[in-house]
Design a protein around this ligand. Sequence first.
Ligand code: GP9
Ligand code: MN
Length: 716
Amino acid sequence: MNKLKKFLNKRAGFMTMLVVFLWIKTIIAYYLDFNLGVADPIQHFILLINPFATSIILLGLALYINRPKVSYIVMGIIYLLESALLYGNILYYRQFTDFLSVNTITGAGKVSKGLGASAANMANPHDVIYLVDFIIILVLFLTHFIKIDKSKFRKLNAFAVSMAGSMLFSFNLMIAECNRPQLLGRTFDRAYIVKYLGFNSYLGYDSIKTAQNSQVRSSAVGTDMDHVLQYTSKNYAAPNKQYFGKAKGKNIIIIHLESFQQFLIGMKMNGQEVTPFLNSLYNDKNTIGFDNFYHEVGQGKTSDAETMLESGLFGLPEGSFFTSLGTDNTFQAAPAILGQKEGYTSAVFHGNIGSFWSRNDVYKNMGYDYFFDESYFNQDTPNSTMEYGLKDKLMLSESAKYLEQLQQPFYAKFITVTNHYPFQLSEEDMSSDNFTKPDTDNPTVNGYFETAHYLDSALKEFFQYLKDSGIYDNSMIVLYGDHYGLSNSQNPDLGPLLGTSSEDWNDFDNASLQRVPFMIHMKGLKGGTNHTYGGEIDVLPTILHMAGINTKPYIEMGTDLLSKDHNQIVAFRNKNFITPRYTVLRNSEGDHDVYLNKTGELVDLTDKPQLQKKIKKWQKMVNERLQISDTVNNKNLLRFYTPANFTPVDPKKYDYSDQIQRLLDTRSALGLKSTSIYSKNNDQSTTSMYHTDASELNGDRSSIDSWDYVESNNKK
Ligand code: GP9
Ligand code: MN
């Protein structure tokens, strides 16, 4: 006891006690109050150590102060602020399942909901745990168990403490990066940064980002839009009369095929089709199936695909647009346009946590009426979820009970996840039709075919339901692959399955594999395979034209794929590009490697000055396109521009926390005028028309059809 007393009466000893107290509180909060999805032992370990580094660095700052009393007071203030940040996050998380960012704390953000009065209602009896330390410290001082250490604290020692903190931080960052590569580069989820690096680092990181953003923004002026408007009007492609308005007034169902590449379409494995249902859909006479359609995502992967498809602008050169700017930017996106022009109700269905890619904020800016994230789905069934959320068969089948309540016409997006890296299915989900995956030495490659096969089977069930419930007859269904599933490093192992040896595999082959499916399917649509070159950036004008909406007033970087004026130069996010004839990639020296698409051979440019000139011209066009998009996004220029007859979206009007009640209220308020499938079906549910062989359910739908689970969750 005496030893302890002696130790605590030293300045460093007192600081150690504060570090330990903060650590205990944070760990309790991690496990008791937050749902951080800690999966493996390494993640538990990271969680246990991550509060140390930054609290040592921060509290250690007080050690540099000479005057003992001041040093203790400053240390106390830092401790108080740290505790407040922790408890503030706890309260905030209880209400919003999210963490405090700089914008939420200062109340500056557009969708930010500050810690208002309601936060106080979020207090819990067990919160006393977070006060105990203060009582202990107070008692220790009052009883003179601890006194202020009057001796001098050497600067060198203070520096040693800072160094120790910094080294610990580097170690923490290193194992975090090993466990989750590109943690800070992609910043997919605030919860991930907190889980790996703690609250202080998250707030520090967020402050840097926020400061950078606001600097770029504050320099922007309304006239910056002039150049952008000139560009979009010059590059506008008028709709094709044959298709314009063909889907007017119909429901639009967007199906996001996770990591799904075009090469899977039509492919056979051991004599069996990998994706029999999608193959039949692709070849259906009512489907326009594109075979030269490319994904154009950057580090923001799924979120970049969503950005392009719905906002008509590219993702960013680094990181994810959704997480870095999407929570604050002004959008003129598909849900709002369709809602305002044609009265669409919009909704997203996705079996992952709502904060992933900051979707719960970005969707509000886009004007999405509903967002059914994982909390709206029953996850209690054993084995129902994987790393990125609920398995597709469960998510799609459970969505039916919400879909049937939406007022028609609806714009509904379904984001699948099961076909996501590492492409591992559990034993029970392996196909009952004995699909045998390939047997290469690379388990990721092999698994990819199996999860794709699963996704295909999930979609088959979904389509059958759409048909049986009658939704199909009145809907346009759009399917797209968001990005590659197998990365360039895996591709050589895939080569032999595609008829190219691993040794001969090259950059042209990698670029060709960036093709993803894009299909538009609608009863009565004149379909066929369309060889037009295009990419994700072109989807928004294509769909809006199908819906009969004039896209001229909107800032869209792509052009309608069905238009005679469509621009067929496909720009990748890294500025490489593809034309109908050539694939143009910059090599490590910064020169262009030009391949002929037809044969894949490298073109010798030395005696082809004409072609050289053309390449330069195309490159300039590609750069301009990407750069204009980046300027609009970085400077948040759409806040200065409102398209004719468009009302800016007010994100504060959207709330995804009590959607069940909202669906019910809307239905009863409309009475006989309600247009939902449920109402049209004489107030009868259609969920029994959904048949799934999802193994987790054992044929019993009761758990997913009932609203009880969600309602009880809602009230929590
Ligand atoms: C998770 C999912 C995956 O919600 O959308 O995102 P990704 O890793 O493909 O970008
Ligand atoms: Mn994805």
